[in-house]
Design a protein. Sequence first.
Length: 396
Amino acid sequence: MVLLDMLKRLLALLVASGAISSGSSPNCTFDSCPVCFSAGAKHVLYVEGPDGVTYESFFRIARCEKYWDSLSIVSHIIGILVSEKLGLGIEYVQAEDEAKALLSMNNCEGWVNGECSRVINDAADADAATNRLATSPKEGTYTKMFNDPLPDIQFHSEIFDWASRKETYPAIDWTRTQITKLGAVGFTSKNQLYVFKEIADEAWNRSRTILDYWKTYTTPESSWYFDTPSDLISAGVAAEKIGCNSSEDIVQAGMDFHKQLGYACTTESWWLTPACAALGEKWKYECVPVIDDDWGFLKPQVYSAMASSGMRLAKVTVGYDLHYELIHNFRHRTLFHWWNTDTMFMSKRPVVVDMQATGSLLDEPPSMLAYAPVIAGNERLKILLGNIQLQNQQLQ
């Protein structure tokens, strides 16, 4: 009902603003006319390409159907609104993470494999790219999806500033990159540190220890209620990427970031906060273990807060599959990284660790990167994307 009410309010906004014409349905409302445009032929966008030529295009929306449920939900909702309320054609494009979507929105050839071998500047570039096989395909064999010089992805609801790795993708002319804040587009996901509710309740009931407060983890008492890193290592919990350096650019960038924050890498490929590393070999028994998911999904503000606040934490990045198994099945008593509005661990009723006293407030909305000519070329689309907002509870 909350989501339905939101859609009703959005439709009223669009009608009132003139973004949707009542046309042959003068009394069109969400209830009386669920589809304001027929299911027949959809209108195209007329978009100016990088070569100054205007091209026809459906609205291309990033979507991840493999494991990113929240993004899929938002993409589908926006697609329905754009199609049924604005009458525009939709193309959903599979994109597994923000970094690849960012490359696509910057018109990179090879974006599907996380590469930017060259930037598409005109129709000839696009024609060559769509007929060129990827050299090392991971997600597919194409280097560009659509045979035009427009980006394969024109909208993604979660593009963060940190994904702009200028040093990693020199082919992009970053001086021409269009980054536009479009009101409250999409939703804000927060990357946080969580503790299982059972552990937090046990600590409070037994000794009035508060495990959802960051300062507790600066003391030895915090480790009383958790398995030790040694326990996890003995149980076979291992890092997905072995070593303290990597040949993969995105993994190495994450490792370098940890080193800059003062983390120490162990021979077991665990990463210790400065306070944990100061314990020497006792870290395996006196630090609180933290399970992280993937090097491609950094949580910079959380990592920084963990390191700078004196928390005695030992972190291991295990990969998405093992991360899900360990957390969903509650196999070990640990802290873990998670983000909302993802809902996969809601049944565990996890408790977020309050880290605001460290000065690391995690409430800043992400910058929404959009292909500017798309927005400039369609006022109704601009109004829609500038006013839709989904809150966490509406997805959960």
